[in-house]
Design a protein around this ligand. Structure first.
Ligand SMILES: *[C@@H]1O[C@H](CO)[C@@H](O)[C@H](O)[C@H]1NC(C)=O
Ligand SMILES: *[C@@H]1O[C@H](CO)[C@@H](O)[C@H](O)[C@H]1NC(C)=O
Ligand SMILES: *[C@@H]1O[C@H](CO)[C@@H](O)[C@H](O)[C@H]1NC(C)=O
Ligand SMILES: *[C@@H]1O[C@H](CO)[C@@H](O)[C@H](O)[C@H]1NC(C)=O
Ligand SMILES: *[C@@H]1O[C@H](CO)[C@@H](O)[C@H](O)[C@H]1NC(C)=O
Length: 512
């Protein structure tokens, strides 16, 4: 593993604490607000801290593509607002957030899904989730690196790479995969380049990188969060969710971003029935595992005896049982092998057609853009083969998508097949056994959840013998966020697994 240069982190040492000895680095949203409230921290100081940290760590980790040149100005405005009013502004007020680069902003930042083809494109407005964050007083700090086109460019995939952001690195083990496609959001949260980041998931893109970078990721029920203004793949499967260091912080962000959006009308209306009165934070309960029925489906925990994962996951099940949960092993999800075979079960047939029509509509809605169609994106890559690594990565999925002609008979059949696989699979299993959740490692359950628009939360669960993080995901039926939050929070509180990444230790040690 590459040895870290002390010099790279020297600049961070002095920044680990802010004014008046306030320790910013691992501060939660609640602590940040206390700091704002008692005068030991300002939003401007917080933005400066993160900007310096990005400057120091990004040459190594490549987690961030752009920082917002207006972030300090917006932070100063938040500080002024706080001085004028008597507090009670909400937990996100004055807090910097990093957005995955496919989440559109109408500001100085570019929104490119990591691709050079979209550089200079101008969204007509902020994405729905960004409007909500700004209304809550959050400061947009910048755009996080991601697997280009949310890994929907070619089959080999890009493992944390984009033409705009370069190769992102896992801060725990630099040579290990950081996973994706919400790569930079996860790394940035892990390495405290921001306390709050957003990611997006179509099939695993929050759960996988959050797990592998030892942070908490929430993949909300499809439609709970608006997809308007986000570079799309599929209106059936896309969802936007928070990636943070703790369940508590992620849940507060979820509270801020859920809800109706006229620009994502059908999905946000359909999911609005799931949003609880009083929000999600009420489910952050220490006894949240008590009385829960948790399924352990076959086919996921395939770790050999003696491996760290085998031992640690068994210990976790035992501890959940001690907390009053019923852990039910040996459950079979019907047709699991078919569901996991996305190339042959109809998922790809549906996704490629959905991608073409929704991307073309996203591109035509832009106020200004160098590319206006998927065909032009393909042409762009052909014209920039070196910068876009065309030889190494290719663009087969883009080409296959371009060949589609809308949602025809074949696509409709594929979609109804997927709905049936979901209904007869996890949905039936959960109802039959009256489960509150099923648990699986990392993003292993993602394909099962993806085709049903179902939610999950991943929580840090351990570190392999070589130090690579792994997570435990709690997945459930559409609208199960309240109970998933109860279980994930209680699990996090009793296990307390997360530690700061190795590549940040030289700054983490310093106390003043
Ligand atoms: C202000 O709150 C922060 C966060 O809880 C704490 O660390 C700090 O000591 C407090 N400072 C004062 C002056 O009360
Ligand atoms: C957005 O991209 C343009 C190039 O088209 C660049 O000049 C500008 O600096 C970028 N914005 C930010 C905030 O980096
Ligand atoms: C693991 O250990 C258990 C109990 O000792 C044993 O029953 C099982 O067969 C072992 N599995 C493997 C794959 O070795
Ligand atoms: C799912 O499993 C059932 C029963 O095991 C089988 O009859 C059916 O053909 C399978 N469905 C698919 C799509 O493979
Ligand atoms: C697209 O369709 C054309 C014409 O049917 C075919 O020749 C080509 O192989 C297809 N490309 C891909 C990537 O499927």
């Amino acid at each position: 593993m590459p040895r870290l240069l002390p010099a790279l982190f020297a600049s961070l040492v002095l920044l680990a604490t802010g004014a008046n000895g306030f320790r910013i680095e691992e501060a939660s949203l609640a602590t940040i607000q206390q700091g704002f409230g008692n005068g030991s921290l300002t939003s401007v100081q917080l933005v400066r801290f993160y900007l310096d940290r990005i400057r120091g760590l990004n040459p190594l980790l490549h987690a961030v593509i752009e920082v917002n040149p207006d972030a300090l100005r917006h932070a100063a405005r938040a500080d002024a607002e706080r001085r004028r009013s008597s507090g009670a502004d909400g937990l996100l007020h004055g807090v910097p957030v990093l957005l995955k680069d496919n989440i559109g902003t109408r500001d100085a930042l570019n929104t490119t899904a990591g691709s050079l083809a979209l550089l200079g494109s101008v969204p007509p407005r902020d994405a729905g989730v960004v409007s909500r964050l700004r209304r809550a007083g959050a400061v947009v700090l910048g755009k996080a690196n991601m697997e280009e086109w949310a890994n929907f460019r070619s089959l080999p995939g890009t493992d944390g790479w984009s033409a705009r952001g370069g190769q992102a690195r896992n801060p725990y083990v630099l040579t290990a995969s950081p996973c994706g496609s919400s790569t930079g959001s996860s790394i940035a949260a892990a390495a405290s380049m921001a306390a709050v980041t957003l990611g997006t998931e179509t099939d695993g893109s929050i759960l996988c990188p959050a797990s592998l970078n030892s942070v908490v990721g929430i993949k909300p029920t499809v439609g709970l969060t608006s997809r308007a203004g986000v570079v799309p793949i599929s209106p059936r499967q896309d969802t936007i969710g928070p990636i943070c260091r703790t369940v508590t912080d992620a849940v507060h962000v979820l509270d801020a971003i859920v809800g109706y959006d006229a620009l994502d009308e059908a999905a946000t209306v359909a999911a609005s029935k799931y949003i609880p009165h009083g929000g999600y934070a009420q489910f952050l309960k220490k006894g949240g595992l008590q009385g829960k029925r948790i399924g352990v489906p076959n086919g996921f925990f395939n770790y050999a005896n003696g491996t760290v994962q085998h031992t640690v996951y068994q210990q976790h099940f035992y501890r959940m049982w001690l907390q009053g949960a019923t852990v039910i092993e040996n459950l079979d999800i019907e047709n699991l092998s078919v569901i996991l075979d996305s190339l042959n079960n109809g998922e790809q047939i549906a996704l490629v057609a959905e991608f073409k029509s929704s991307l073309n509509s996203y591109l035509s809605d832009l106020s200004n853009s160098p590319v206006r169609s998927l065909a032009q994106v393909i042409d762009f890559n052909n014209a920039h083969p070196v910068e876009e690594k065309l030889k190494e990565i290719g663009q087969l999925i883009l080409l296959v998508s371009e060949n589609t002609t809308g949602i025809g008979a074949m696509e409709k059949a594929a979609i109804s097949g997927l709905n049936k696989l979901s209904a007869d699979g996890l949905e039936k299993l959960m109802k039959e056994h009256e489960l509150d959740a099923v648990v699986t490692p990392d993003s292993a359950l993602a394909p099962v959840l993806a085709i049903g628009g179902m939610p999950a939360i991943t929580v840090p669960a351990g570190y392999s013998s070589s130090g690579v993080p792994f997570g435990l995901s709690f997945g459930g039926l559409r609208g199960y966020e309240p109970r998933l939050i109860e279980m994930a929070y209680a699990f996090e509180q009793i296990t307390n697994v997360r530690k700061t990444p190795r590549s940040c230790h030289s700054s983490a040690k310093v106390e003043m």
